[in-house]
Structure formats: C-alpha cells, structure tokens
Design a protein around this ligand. Sequence first.
Ligand code: ATP
Ligand code: MG
Length: 250
Amino acid sequence: MNFIGYLNLIYKKQYLYQLTIDKKSCKNNVYPFNLPIIKQFTKLDFHPNVTFIIGENGSGKSTLLEALAIKLGFNPEGGTKFINFSTYKSHSELYKYLKIHKHHEHPENHFFLRAESFYNVATEIDNVFATHNYGGKSLHHQSHGESFFSLMTHRFGENGLYILDEPEAALSPSRQIAMLVIMKKLIKENCQFIIATHSPILLSYPDALIYEIDKFGNMNKINYEETDTYMITKDFINNYHKIQNKLQLF
Ligand SMILES: Nc1ncnc2c1ncn2[C@@H]1O[C@H](COP(=O)(O)OP(=O)(O)OP(=O)(O)O)[C@@H](O)[C@H]1O
Ligand SMILES: [Mg+2]
C-alpha cells in the first residue's frame, strides 16, 4: 500500500486500493490477453477519490473497466449489483484473472455506467419497477443527458463506488462542468470514482490520478496538462482556423 493509501485508511474509507492481473495463467494470443495494455500490465494503484483511465480508441479502457466491474459483482452491461439482465454476452474472461486489493467493508452505494448499454439498464429499471430510486420518472422518458443526470443526482449517494465508462457521452459541456460539482459533493461524502473518459472537462477534476495508456500499452501516470486529451483539445480550439486549412476542410 502506498503513502496515500495509509493516510486514507485513517481519514477516508477507500474501497479499492490496487488491481493486479494473474498473468501466469493467461492465454496470451487471444482477446483480451493479446491487447498491449494487458501484456504490459503490472499493477494499478487507485486514488482514494478519482482514478481516470484515458487513451486512444481501442487502447483497452472499457475492457479493463468491464473486467474490474464484473470481478466486483456488477452486471457486465452495467447498473447496480442488483440489476441482473443480459441482452448480448460479449464480455471478456479477463475478470477471472484479476486480483483486487480492497477495503473489507463494502460501499453502501455503487453503480457501473457504460454509455453504450445505459438504454438497456434503463429498460431493466422500468421492468423491475425501480424507477422511484431514480427520481420517479422513467429514464426512457428523459433525454440521454437528463437521464444520466437523474442517475447521478438520485441514485448516486454517500459511501459509494462508481465505475463510469465515458459518462460524458450523454452530457453537454455545461452538464459536464456540473458533473464536476456533483463529484466533489460525493467525494466529500466518502465516494470513490474510477472513470474512463475522453472529456477534457471531466479530466480536469483536481486531486485525482490520471493513467494514460500509450501505444505500447503502458499505463503512465500523467498530469492533466500533459495529456493528449487536454493538449489536442486546447490546440484545436486555439488554432481551429489553421487546422481547418491544413485539413483542407474548406
Ligand atoms: N469482444 C471482443 N472480442 C474481440 N476483440 C474485442 C472485443 N471487445 C473489444 N475488442 C478489441 O479490444 C480492443 C480494446 O477495446 P476497448 O473497447 O477496451 O477499447 P477502449 O479503450 O474502451 O476504446 P474507446 O475509447 O473506443 O471506448 C479494441 O481493439 C477492440 O477491437
Ligand atoms: Mg471504451
């Protein structure tokens, strides 16, 4: 356990400390074990508040988050641990090889959000008459962003563990900024977030650890302003006329 881990044992309940993979028994040349991120993986130390996992499309963020969530008892398609349904089984076997160093107490609240299957989770919430836990209005009767906001404001609570895969997919830039404020409130209430994102807004949350997956599959700890997400967005917005010209978009 690292120094932050010890401090948090005293001051804050941290649910997840560390993730390792038992690679000795992995089958090397099939998905997901053939992905560079899995081949290079040694360990991942979680931050007590927010751990971001970022990297190019296809670098393996969802594969890793999905395996972590399944290992923790979540439904592969997302939701709470009490939501159990399956529309399409595509999850990898990676979860069988994970070792998680975690707190002996379980979080009081939890949610695994996958942007791509949130629609199916919303259907299941209606099917099991659990809408009252999500603000009382069917998530299907709200826009994508509104329903995700309802989820955060009504279902995310204190002492919680939240695993979110691209939560920004539903949210306008101003709602992403509002999400930072909700995260801050929940973190003060002893919550921990693990987030895969492409959003330069969400990634700006201070007091967080950012792991960027490089093209070789290494997960490098990196500062916000050194990330591709930040630098490419900043460069594009500051120079979009030049970039439009370079790309011959006119
Ligand atoms: N069920 C599957 N079977 C085989 N290969 C898969 C499967 N799911 C994903 N992959 C491959 O694994 C790689 C990593 O996929 P993953 O979805 O984890 O990437 P990601 O980092 O989450 O990307 P994105 O930013 O686009 O969400 C991709 O190259 C993908 O084609
Ligand atoms: Mg993904």
